[in-house]
Structure formats: C-alpha cells, structure tokens
Design a protein around this ligand. Structure first.
Ligand code: ADP
Ligand code: MG
Length: 275
C-alpha cells in the first residue's frame, strides 16, 4: 500500500464521547489499524476498564498484565506497559485491565491527578518531534476513552492535543454533545490550552434510512469541516471482527467497513494536526 508522509511530531488523539455504544472503541482500533497499514507507527492506549480495545487488538488484558492502570496510578513508565499487536504491524497497545475501574477513585487523592497520562505519554522516548524522538517515533497515539467524563477521560483530554468524537447516526445523536463540548472548553481554559476538537466521525450509518441521512446532515451543519467526509457504514463484519481478536481491517479487508475506515484514516492523516 502507498504510504503517507509522517507527521512532524507525534499526534495524540483522544477518542471520546460520554455516550456508550457510539463507536469509540470500534473507531479507535480500526482507524489505528488503518493508519498502521498506511505506514504510520501507531500506539493505542486502552483507557476503558472494559478493555474492549485490548480484546479487538488481540492483546491480553487479564489482571496482572502490565497495563494503563500501572502507568496511571503507579507511575510505571509507558515503555514497560506497551505490547505489540500481534495482528497488525506497526501497531502497539497499552492494554486495560479491570483494575482501571478503581483508578477513577484511587486517583482522587494523587498529586496532579489529571496530569498522570500526559506525563506517561510525553515521558515516552518515542513520543515527540523527529528531533526529539527519532525515526522510530510514534506518529499517532490514539486513546480509547470510557463512556463517562470522569478522571480517566479528563486525563486523556489533558494528555492529547486533538480530539475525535464518534457520533452514531441515530436518533438523539447530538444529545449530550453540548455537555461534552463544555467539558472540552473547561479543559482548554484551565488545563490544556492546546486541546482542539479536530475530528467528528459519523459511525453506524445505515444508508437505507432517511433518519441516518438526516442525522449526518445535522452533524455537518453543526460541525462543518471537522466532520470526516467518509461515514462508517453499519456492517455486521465490523461488529463481529472483535470476537475473532481482530479489527475489520484484517478480518475482512475488502468489506465496506474496512474500506471506509481506511479512507477515514487517510483523511485524518492527510488533513494533519490542527494548527
Ligand atoms: P463505544 O466504545 O462507544 O461504547 P463500540 O465501538 O464498542 O462503542 O460500539 C458499540 C457496539 O456497536 C459494538 O457492539 C460494536 O461492535 C458495534 N458497532 C460499532 N461500529 C459498528 C458498525 N460500523 N457496524 C456495526 N456495528 C458496529
Ligand atoms: Mg468503548
């Protein structure tokens, strides 16, 4: 496959939406795998105690496996909790174990509790500009957030410079987005001035329904150029891939879901980081 030019510095993208089931995890792992297939060096950080991204990327995440929890709560260096994805070249993962469910509360009493993930990521020798991090550097770090706006998601919003919001093409799609944007504005103002919503991805689009088209149009009216031109279709192949420990990118590379994720990833990479 033709490779894309690499970004000048690691792009840290937070995949968040406090609504559950909108396609955060599916989009994280498939965009990550697609970027890797396009020649980018990619790290996925699973920040959801459910560990669904870890499952989809076929990395172990039972209790005791070095994980996001260790980096966040115990300050273990990220290099020591990263594991390669066995299914996709150029793709690495920090798995989430169920311990992460306790982190939300354990972090409350920790110093600089909202900065922990930022410190972990930016302390990694392969994160940064070409000058800082060399040829082996990560081009993308994608963070898969849990469905809440608690301390875990807050850590992600402080750690990243970009945010991708998956929106399910369903009734009520825009509900709750106001609260999400308010949270982003609060983080921008007080904790991370570089944070920007860079990408809106419409997922589970059902071309046969007028409702889906209406939702997509409404999202475009609202967010304009931030919306990725390629929408992700609703497809059984996409939803069954994780049960085989795969992303749809390897499970069924020629399927519409895989092709759309590839196109969306290309768009995200080509558009570049927001200035
Ligand atoms: P979230 O991480 O936001 O909770 P998921 O990515 O886990 O959402 O998706 C929720 C459910 O929808 C999962 O069962 C997933 O397999 C399914 N799903 C996600 N995207 C698609 C799609 N494009 N087509 C069909 N099913 C999908
Ligand atoms: Mg999820």
């Amino acid at each position: 496959r033709p490779s894309l030019p690499r970004p000048a510095a690691t792009r840290v993208i937070v995949v968040a939406n406090q609504k559950g089931g909108v396609g955060k995890t599916t989009s994280t792992v498939n965009v990550a795998a697609a970027l890797a297939q396009l020649g980018q060096r990619v790290l996925v950080i699973d920040l959801d105690p459910q560990g669904n991204a870890s499952t989809a990327l076929s990395v172990e995440h039972h209790r005791g496996v070095p994980s996001t929890y260790d980096a966040l709560v115990d300050g273990v260096p990220l290099v020591d909790v990263i594991t390669p994805c066995p299914e996709v070249e150029n793709l690495h993962v920090v798995p989430a174990t169920i311990d992460l469910a306790g982190a939300e509360i354990e972090l409350v009493s920790v110093v600089a509790r909202e900065n922990r993930l930022h410190r972990a990521i930016h302390g990694h020798p392969l994160v940064g500009t070409a000058e800082e991090a060399g040829e082996e550097r990560f081009d993308f770090v994608l963070i898969d957030c849990p469905p809440s706006l608690g301390l875990l998601t807050l850590n992600a919003l402080v750690a990243g410079a970009e945010m991708m919001i998956p929106i399910q093409a369903e009734y009520y799609a825009l509900e709750g987005l106001g609260q999400l944007i308010e949270t982003v504005d609060m983080v921008k103002k007080h904790l991370n001035p570089r944070l920007a919503v860079s990408t809106i991805l419409v997922t589970m689009y059902d071309a046969r329904t007028r409702l889906a088209a209406g939702v997509a149009e409404e999202v475009r009216e609202h967010f304009g150029d931030l919306v990725v031109k390629t929408t992700i279709p609703r497809s059984v192949r996409v939803s069954e891939a994780p049960s085989y420990g795969q992303t749809v990118m390897t499970y069924d590379p020629g399927s519409p879901g895989a092709l759309c994720y590839l196109e969306a990833a290309r768009e995200i990479a080509t558009k570049g980081a927001p200035q």
